[in-house]
Ligand binder design. Structure first.
Ligand SMILES: O=C(O)CCC(=O)C(=O)O
Ligand SMILES: [Fe+2]
Length: 328
């Protein structure tokens, strides 16, 4: 059996620059094409959100040992590092997400990137997921859990993706896994769309300490935790740019997940690095996207909400009595 400390670590430093050059030559990643509207099983509405969802586990950034504020003015004790959620969505909404994931799977491609098989920019291709990410009720729920007001991540390529994992033998001898990594984005919702009985392996691991202290060779696997993502629809909200995480190889069956990224418009800070994006999209495309991202990050927060057609979410909207009850 694979051990978490055997998971490789995604390229860092100069290796990431080299990967960016390779990606540029290869022509960039798969972000094009739309889903035939007739394959959309239903429309997203706020009714797709279940009221009685369960908060099953939670650690904030200060619990992990982060003392410095990653976002000026927001204490690390208020920012979620990782929380495990069950029952966020209705069964119908989960069935719809599974169906959309299956419909888009044909256009997934394999690469040497963090997640070997995936489809990106799915909000361009699925109205259901686009509406979901722009639903204020959904954003408000996630903002409360994250500890910061959120909008969909401004750069569409980095906003949403489906991931697909299979056993090695089924895919040109390549292991389908999620290498140890931190995300380019900070507020990331990982929704698993397979039941535990659908696959073996494929555990979502995370490192419950600071990224600087992470050592994948540590035989004791100190601070390495396994998320309990057992039912389709179970989700993990993480501070992706600070929490090391990965997905172990799937040894049987199939695992599918949807990963959505958000941004706090009240900060101009953003952890997404040029070389992180360029190793994914290639250098020419990233130059264009990067300049647009920097420009949009400069805008006033309320303006960013209005531009999305949403009433602003403000700090005072974040008080969630359920959250303080569940963590006390
Ligand atoms: O597929 C998953 O469950 C997590 C994938 C992940 O970490 C990512 O896409 O960045
Ligand atoms: Fe990730």
């Amino acid at each position: 059996m694979n051990k978490g400390n055997a998971l490789p670590v995604f390229a860092r430093g100069f290796d990431r620059v080299r990967l960016a050059l390779q990606t540029s030559l290869a022509g960039g990643a798969n972000v094009d094409g739309t889903l035939d509207a007739s394959t959309e099983p239903m429309r997203w509405t706020s009714d797709c959100l279940r009221d009685g969802y369960e908060l099953r586990y939670r650690r904030n950034l200060d619990d992990l040992g982060y003392g410095d504020e990653p976002m000026r003015g927001t204490r690390t004790s208020a920012l979620n590092a990782v929380c495990s959620l069950r029952g966020l969505f209705t069964d119908e909404a989960i069935a719809a997400l599974r169906e959309i994931g299956r419909a888009l799977e044909g256009s997934a491609s394999s690469s040497n990137w963090i997640i070997s098989k995936r489809v990106r920019a799915v909000t361009n291709r699925s109205r259901f997921i686009d509406d979901m990410m722009h639903d204020r009720a959904f954003l408000l729920r996630l903002s409360r859990l994250a500890g910061a007001p959120l909008i969909p991540y401004p750069m569409v390529n980095a906003r949403s993706q489906f991931n697909y994992y299979y056993p090695t033998a089924q895919r040109d001898g390549k292991e389908q896994l999620g290498m140890w990594h931190t995300d380019g984005t900070s507020f990331v919702l990982n929704i698993v769309l397979s039941d535990r009985s659908d696959y073996a392996g494929g555990n979502f691991l995370f490192y419950e300490s600071t990224a600087e202290t992470f050592d994948r060779h540590d035989p004791a696997r100190t601070h390495v935790k396994t998320a309990s993502l057992d039912k389709a629809g179970d989700a993990l909200l993480i501070y992706g740019s600070k929490l090391f995480h990965g997905v172990e190889p799937v040894t049987a069956g199939r695992r599918m997940s949807l990963v959505l990224s958000f941004h706090c418009p009240y900060t101009r800070e953003d952890d997404n690095g040029f070389w992180h994006l360029a190793s994914d999209d290639g250098i020419p495309r990233t130059l264009v996207n990067w300049l647009a991202l920097r420009r949009s990050l400069r805008d006033d927060a309320e303006m960013q909400y209005y531009r999305l057609g949403l009433a602003p979410i403000r700090a005072e909207d974040l008080k969630d009595t359920r959250l303080s009850m569940a963590t006390s």
